[in-house]
Design a protein around this ligand. Sequence first.
Ligand code: SF4
Ligand code: FES
Length: 374
Amino acid sequence: MNDSVTIADDAARNILRAPPPMAMLAELTHRCPLACPYCSNPIELTRANEELSTEEWIGVFKQAAALGVLHLHLSGGEPAARRDLAELTKAAASFGLYTNLITSGVGLTEARINNLADAGLDHVQLSIQGVSAEGADWISGYEGGYERKIAVAGWVDKARIPLTLNAVCHRQNLDQVDDMITLAIRLKARRIEVATVQFHGWAERNKAALMPTREQVERATTTVDEAREKYQGILVIDYVPADYYSTYPKACMGGWGRVGLNVTPSGRVLPCHAAETIPSLSFKNVREGSLSEIWYESDAFNAYRGEDWMPELCRSCERKKVDFGGCRCQAMALAGDPGATDPVCVKSPLRGRLTRETDQLSATSSVTLTYRGR
Ligand code: SF4
Ligand code: FES
């Protein structure tokens, strides 16, 4: 048999089953100097001695590029905790991947940023927790963090790397959205992502202190709409509203196994950040199989791909190609069933209960934050 025909046939069969992934989130490490109460990383973190080595990560990036990945997000934890960050970036860039560093800024110096620019880093996404040192450092649990972020933004600009500010918003800071947008302009960011907290991983423990109120969400939406008009052509504003107050769920991950994949610090390959909260799934590791096999063949990636898995409510719904039935991890957390319609959906029988619980949580006066242990 002609080998090239077999390979082409395999590729065609795979593409019919699922398109190749466009984006990969590489969680280089779970180590992090910050202690954010809204952290969506799992309760059990990967230890440093379990992390993939430099060579292993480079091998994963090479496979990702061959598989069709275009965007590589270098994330964590705090990716700057990896001493080989510039080496990893350089290798990824050499495979033609667009590299985006998602960082708190803590652990970066001007020299390291210049090294990253030389290595070919394409973009930096810098998190902010608030618009004053006192408020932001209270939320991150890291004194001096805010000042460091301001310095990092300046170095990134000097190195001519495009900057996005990433603001995770919740009840304790959602009223600062206007000032966060102004801060983004001041720091010469080209984009700000205002993302309402998702209650995955550690964040679940802080639901009472972090759940925004309906009024806050409505004000934030108006602020974003006005700012989009005011800063058109100057600043792009991405907004992920609080889906607990939405009518329909978000298209989480752009659909399961459809657009992107995550690799954990120790090499497990996940369809989304929180997939390990679904106990019925098991995940393959890049140490035991190729990325291509895992993407196309593994049970975990095929579990909620397409429409066959959908409950009748979603399968007969006109929005099934818009939101893909919502978020599987949210269905697991709120309905106890990863195959259920996302309870955020207005059509879900659980929506009424969710609304009552959300209203109760947002009405508590709790400001007690349970910080992520380091
Ligand atoms: Fe989306 Fe399913 Fe709700 Fe339709 S029923 S809007 S597909 S979650
Ligand atoms: Fe897992 Fe939404 S976070 S599907």
